[in-house]
Ligand binder design. Structure first.
Ligand code: ZN
Length: 197
């Protein structure tokens, strides 16, 4: 199964040209009074999304030719409207939007990674992200999905939202608590963005 995923990923990477997005808007989910997750959840989603987003930003900035914009870079509350307003300033440019989240479920057993997208152009980015992340993290593939999240719906950029694992699952929550996990997932998302045109 992994070989198939890898093959599909390689083909997608091969057909992509070297034109990368000039601007990447990174959106760390939640923040401030919005902790994310479900009530009583032990791990604060907002902390892990910010850390993962910063790692992604660092990796992309290291390429030297990508402008990285963060919708927040500390523990403050930013409304969904403000987030899309920031993104939409870059409409018409070679820009993409990537929102970073961690998942939660009422069912402790829920586990794995999924990616949402907002339109035809974003689907390709979502596919690159999802395949790259699954390959790097050896996680359960919950698929590429469409849901009318506000940050996606009101976004004029090709926009994806990555649910980087379930904090309510004991095993995956423990994995996500490890900085190495967040570094690896950030690097996998960065590679997918670099392969997108
Ligand atoms: Zn979230």
């Amino acid at each position: 199964m992994r070989a198939v995923v890898f093959l599909a990923f390689s083909i997608l990477m091969a057909v992509g040209s070297i034109a990368r997005p000039a601007v990447v808007v990174i959106d760390p989910g939640h923040g401030g009074r919005d902790r994310g997750g479900i009530p009583g959840q032990k791990l604060a989603e907002k902390v892990l999304t910010l850390d993962t987003a910063k790692r992604l930003a660092r990796t992309l900035r290291a390429t030297g030719d990508i402008k990285v914009v963060m919708t927040r870079d500390d523990d403050t509350f930013v409304s969904l409207k403000e987030r899309t307003n920031i993104a939409n300033q870059y409409a018409g440019r070679e820009a993409v939007f990537v929102s970073i989240h961690y998942n939660s479920g009422q069912r402790e057993g829920a586990y794995g990674i999924e990616t949402y997208y907002n339109g035809r152009r974003a689907y390709r980015l979502a596919a690159l992200v999802q395949m790259g992340v699954i390959q790097a993290m050896h996680s359960v593939d919950r698929g590429i999905r469409q849901r009318r999240y506000r940050v996606l719906r009101k976004n004029r950029l090709p926009a994806v939202l990555v649910e980087c694992g379930f904090l309510t699952n004991h095993f995956e929550g423990e994995r996500a608590s490890d900085p190495n996990y967040r570094q690896r997932i950030a690097r996998a998302i960065a590679s997918a963005i670099l392969g997108y045109d």
